[in-house]
Design a protein around this ligand. Sequence first.
Ligand code: ZN
Length: 312
Amino acid sequence: MHEVIFLEPVFKEMIWGGSRLSEDFGYDIPGDHTGECWAVSAHKNGDCLVRGGSFSGKHLSELWEKNRELFGGIAGDVFPLLVKIIDAKEDLSIQVHPDDAYAKEHENGSLGKTECWYILDCDKDAKIVIGHHAKSKEELKQMIEEGRFEDLIRVIPVKKGDFFQILPGTVHAIKGGTLILETQQNSDITYRLYDYGRLSDGKPRELHLEKSMDVIGCPHRDISADRTREQFAGAVKEHLVSCAYYTVDRLLINGGADFVMEEPFCIFSVVQGAGSIDGTEVRKGDHFILPAGYGKYCLSGEMELICSSVGR
Ligand code: ZN
């Protein structure tokens, strides 16, 4: 198969969302509280359509079901990844995800959720929440029971270009003024730990304290990103993360370079600039898949891409 598969994003309005998906990416968003662009998704809550080519108008889930050869014939009930761009104008609630084993048992056989964040842009003083300060499960339970969430959560500064791998059991939240590209397992299971006491339609949003306490790892352990760079004549490939679920790289194209795809398939998101893939023009905001067997490809122009593939 030697065809680039372009996808149409699905947008989600969120109370914390903004309008940067329109302003920065030129997307036609449904309103000025648009929080999420589901750029590459086969999830039932937002299943992307193929734009152009032999599969035009089909959902990604349908390709996964009926044309598994496009994805190297890999096993799985659902398309394994979900790539999003998130525009957080306001703070998101503080949450934690279960792992596969916990989700399977407690959430009707769902997958758990490992996710990672590449900070596309953020305000000068932007922060995120990653981890917590409780030294043991007992201390964690006590702090939650006493409602000492502000003491519990670990807030850290972020800057453009930072990258974070977020394992299941990690307390986390995106805070306002942050634009993120997220690659994650295809799952929606989220336990809300704390919502800053905010009200939505006059009521606090539901919290999931018991399940949160079950899954939060104590004490918190940071994952150190192992970012390595490979220099090409007209490009730089920076490796961001590899885990059991995905591999994520960042490509900086300055002129152009040839690459060879070794993964079953690759998802590309153009996050800056413009250029082409094998002569087809692409620009910031485009998302596409190179299917199995695509082999050698050439990226040219002046652009930055995030490349996500299944774990190795
Ligand atoms: Zn999350």
